[in-house]
Structure formats: structure tokens, C-alpha cells
Design a protein around this ligand. Structure first.
Ligand code: ADP
Length: 520
């Protein structure tokens, strides 16, 4: 490890390994297959680049993005590390030339896109090289359960089998749910794997969820107050990106935009303007970002919820890569959930995968409704254990509103769901509780239920808000699908039997004070 530390200083100019890096490098140098889960910005590249320099022969890096590949190789070359890449942009003569050089030991690292591995001929060429380590970047892409499935990752395991002298294999990802991890290890055919998960916590980031705000005003106010800071605003659609961009542009802000509707030149110019500080505000869809290594991003605002927690943490994680205090804010509105469901419906995926996507979306929605520490929610989602209850650096921990006893409301909701035979969604349940004369309510005779109209003093939205909290906290379950049905969760029983109380911090509403002060 002394050698590794010397290299860290010599090539990268850093004195110390970050948490986790040392163990991962050690594991690879001991010849063990290794699977490393590290959040974006934690420094995974060094974990395969340093072993690449210390091991004999060549390290093959499988990386999904052509632009990223070139950046990394340029970066390595600039500090004197011999590296190259092969991708579809090169002519076959150039590919052949690079392979020949690799054969002669001219490089320590060779980057390839996974699509290349689908070619039998190319794999044969690779087999002529002395490969000691295969590093698979964004390893979750091999799994259908990941958020970024790439079929070409399926070609990695057959390649490993073909190589006569089996190299060490190391997978890297920022996605850490248990099922993705296990699936990826299996599909990449890793053997006796050492698994490392390095601190997912990004202490310098604060997390905030804002529900029901006027989004336009929020973004404008925030940016006005933080004019000089570098930040990213993520929106769900091109249309929204354009609208936010226009709004800021006409007020004279140094702002750029990025989405898949722009042509490649416009996108490149926009990305570079941001990277080189010509503009300090970027408005973008999720097309922007994989591989963005800009250290001084001070805030990331999500104008709409992303499709899942993996995507959220990755995007929000682009803030504060330099370790300085930075803010991650998410603006929640129920409308956005409908849009995300629409995206799922539109996607051309198997029924099983679709179900999984709904489940992941629900976990994202729960994040927006939970009243516990947001950091704890995130870290537990990613499989960390023994996470403290309070971080003091998220909107829930900083929220000093008193805990409110909502046991009675919860009981009313539970018994109504029970009487409706657990067969309907939150909207219909809210209508019944409110005593609505809606056609469906009447035609199903729900006005005859003893729970009809027992929460008259609330609006339907307020009842749904309470239900959302109860869902996020596990008192209620939602089925997966476009029109989820709400059912009683395990925790509801104790409450119904009066054995357990439900205490929650309820976000105060600005617009209207409720009649029932015990709740708000
Ligand atoms: P990711 O895990 O997202 O791939 P990178 O490998 O791009 O992260 O690293 C993120 C940033 O952290 C880079 O700027 C990198 O130079 C820096 N970094 C990595 N390791 C260390 C270290 N031990 N000390 C200081 N900075 C580091």
C-alpha cells in the first residue's frame, strides 16, 4: 500500500486516501474480485487507476459514455499515465493500431464501451492482450433492476470467460440497493467477491423537500439571493427547462440550458460554458450530468421529482464535490408523480420491470412525505445500517414545528379504508371521508358507510396529505401500478387497537389555516 500512496501523491497530488479507497485498492491488489459501491463524487476512478499502475499488464476499463471515456483518458495522459480508448468514433485502422500498441505494452489503461464487446472479433483481439484487471464502471447497468439497464453489459461476463488467464474483475457503481448489488455481482460473474460500500453520506450537503410551493417563485427567489453561486436546476421536461431558462435569461442571469432536444453542438457548448464558468446556472433535464465533474456546484434544485432515489441522489450529489457546504432542494408536487407514471407507462419494458419502476417511484414519493430525517431516509434506502436519527442538516431535522398527535385522524382513515374493503386509491378514500357527493362514491353506496363524512372539516387535499405521510411511514401500503390501491400496512393494526399513537410533524400550510387546530 505504500506504493499506492506514493502514486496517489505523484500522479494525483493527494496526500491521503478517502474513506474506502484504500480497502478497495488493497482488495484488487490482492487479486480479489471486488465490487465497490461509492456515491457520485466519492472518487472511484482512483480505485482502479492506481491498481492499473501497480499491476503488470493492462487494465481494461468498461465505461458506458464515450464523452466520459475521452475526458478520463485525456486526464490520465495529462498527468503522464499511458492510457487510450476504443470506441465507435474511431476507424477500424485506428482501432487496430491502438490494439497493436496495447500488445506492445504502450498503455496501462484501455477504455472501451460495452457495445464493442458484443463483437466476437473484437473480443478475440482483446484476448491477445495481457489483461490483468477488468474494471466495470457503472456496474449497475448490467442489472434489469438498476435504473439504467444496458443490454450490452451482458457481453462482459462472456468476455471474462473467454480470456484464458482470468483477470481480476472489479465493478463500481453508485447504486446500492441489495437486489441490484446481488444481481450485478452474479451477472458480471464475479467470484468470491469482496464487497465494499463507502460512506454514502455526503455530510456537506443539506437536503430540503418543499411541498406545495409556487415553483417559479421559489426558483426565482433562490437564484436572485444566490446570484453568484454555481448551481443546477433539474426539470422533468424540455418544455419546463425552456420556460425556466427563458425566465432567467431575460432577467440577465448567466444561465445555460441542456436537454436532448438541443443538437449535439448546442449541448456541447452549453456543457462547456458551465464547466468553464462562463455561465453559473444550468437548467437541464436528466440528460445533463453523467460524468460532470464540476467541483464548485453550490446548489442543485429539483424542480420536479426524478423517477427514483438513485437518480435523485446522483443528480443532487453533483453539488458540493469540493466538500464545501451545498444545498440540495426538491420541489414536490403531486402532479409530477403523474408525469413520472406516464413515463413508466410509455417505456417499453416488461411487466415485471414496470412494477419495479413503480415501486422505486413510490420510494421517491415517500422521501417527499416522510417526516423523519431525510439523510437517514436516503442512507437507509441505499442499505446503510445504524444511521443516526437526526442529522441537523435537512429540512425535517431543522423543522422545529411541534409533533402533532394524528392518531384519531389515522384511525378514521384506516377504518374507512377497511370498510371500503381495501380496493380503492387515496382519492376515493379521501372523498368518502370528506363526505363527497361524487357519482362514484354514491353509486358504490359509500355514503352508507359509518366513515362517510367523518373528516368533513378537512379538504380532500389535506386528507390525502395525511395519507401520504401514513404511506411514507409504513402505516399504509400502496399497490404498484398506475392507479395504486391503498391498503392497511402492518403498523396500522396497533393504531387501530389503540395500542400505538401516531405522532407527526405536519408541514404548516401558508395559504389557509385549517379549522381543526389540533392537526395543523
Ligand atoms: P466518482 O466516484 O464520481 O467517479 P471521481 O473519481 O471522478 O468520482 O472523483 C471525484 C473527485 O474527487 C475528483 O475530482 C478526484 O480527483 C477527487 N478525489 C478522488 N480521490 C481523492 C483523494 N483521495 N483526495 C482528494 N481528492 C480526491
Amino acid at each position: 500500500m505504500l506504493e499506492a500512496k506514493k502514486i496517489l501523491k505523484k500522479y494525483y497530488g493527494y496526500e491521503h486516501f478517502r474513506s474506502g479507497q484504500k480497502n478497495i485498492i488493497e482488495s484488487i491488489l490482492q487479486g480479489k474480485d471486488t465490487f465497490a459501491i461509492m456515491p457520485t463524487g466519492a472518487g472511484k476512478s482512483i480505485c482502479f487507476q492506481i491498481p492499473a499502475l501497480l499491476l503488470e499488464g493492462l487494465t481494461l476499463v468498461i465505461s458506458p459514455l464515450i464523452s466520459l471515456m475521452k475526458d478520463q483518458v485525456d486526464g490520465l495522459k495529462s498527468v503522464g499515465i499511458p492510457a487510450t480508448y476504443i470506441n465507435s468514433a474511431l476507424t477500424s485502422i485506428e482501432v487496430k493500431k491502438r490494439i497493436d500498441h496495447a500488445k506492445n505494452g504502450a498503455y496501462k489503461l484501455l477504455y472501451v464501451a460495452p457495445e464493442r464487446l458484443e463483437s466476437e472479433g473484437f473480443c478475440q483481439l482483446l484476448n491477445t492482450l495481457n489483461i490483468s484487471l477488468i474494471a466495470v464502471d457503472e456496474a449497475h447497468c448490467v442489472s434489469q433492476w438498476g435504473h439504467d439497464f444496458r443490454p450490452s453489459y451482458g457481453a462482459i461476463a462472456p468476455l471474462i470467460k473467454k480470456i484464458s488467464n482470468r483477470p481480476i474483475v472489479a465493478g463500481f457503481t453508485a447504486t446500492a440497493t441489495k437486489e441490484v448489488k446481488e444481481d450485478a455481482i452474479k451477472l458480471l460473474s464475479l467470484e468470491n467477491t469482496n464487497v465494499y460500500m463507502t460512506g454514502f453520506d455526503r455530510e456537506n450537503l443539506s437536503f430540503t423537500v418543499i411541498r406545495g410551493a409556487n415553483k417559479k417563485d421559489f426558483v426565482m427567489d433562490y437564484i436572485r439571493e444566490n446570484k453568484e453561486e454555481v448551481g443546477i436546476v433539474y426539470a422533468a421536461t424540455r418544455k419546463e427547462v425552456e420556460a425556466i431558462y427563458e425566465n432567467l435569461y431575460k432577467r440577465g442571469y448567466a444561465v445555460g440550458k441542456y436537454h436532448a432536444g438541443l443538437n449535439p453542438i448546442e449541448r456541447k457548448e452549453s456543457q462547456e460554458a458551465f464547466l468553464y464558468d462562463d455561465i453559473n446556472i444550468m437548467i437541464a433535464t436528466n440528460a445533463f450530468g453523467m460524468g460532470i465533474d464540476k467541483s464548485n456546484v453550490r446548489y442543485v434544485i429539483h424542480h420536479n421529482i426524478p423517477k427514483n432515489m438513485e437518480a435523485y441522489y446522483q443528480e443532487a450529489g453533483r453539488a458540493g464535490r469540493d466538500g464545501e457546504k451545498s444545498e440540495c432542494m426538491l420541489l414536490f408536487s403531486a402532479q409530477d408523480v403523474i408525469l413520472q407514471k406516464f413515463f413508466i407507462e410509455q417505456g417499453d419494458v416488461s411487466v415485471e420491470r414496470e412494477k419495479n419502476e413503480y415501486k422505486k417511484l413510490q420510494a421517491m414519493v415517500d422521501y417527499c412525505h416522510t417526516t423523519k430525517c431525510l439523510r437517514k431516509y436516503i442512507l437507509e434506502y441505499f442499505g446503510e445500517e445504524n444511521v443516526g436519527d437526526i442529522c441537523d442538516n435537512c429540512s425535517n431535522c431543522k423543522d422545529d414545528s411541534e409533533l402533532t398527535d394524528i392518531t384519531i385522524e389515522a384511525q378514521k382513515i384506516f377504518s374507512c379504508i377497511y370498510r371500503m374493503k381495501e380496493r380503492f386509491g387515496t382519492s376515493l378514500v379521501a372523498m368518502v371521508l370528506r363526505g363527497s357527493k361524487n357519482k362514484k362514491v354514491l353509486s358504490l353506496n359509500f355514503d352508507q358507510l359509518s366513515t362517510y363524512g367523518i373528516m368533513k372539516q378537512y379538504t380532500e387535499k389535506e386528507i390525502k396529505d395525511i395519507m401520504n405521510i401514513l404511506i411514507a411511514e409504513g402505516y399504509l401500503d400502496l399497490t404498484e401500478g398506475q392507479y395504486p390501491i391503498v391498503k392497511l400496512g402492518k403498523k396500522a393494526v396497533g393504531v387501530l387497537k389503540n395500542k400505538e399513537k401516531v405522532l407527526q410533524k405536519i408541514q404548516k400550510r401558508k395559504e389557509k389555516v385549517s379549522v381543526d387546530n389540533s392537526l395543523f
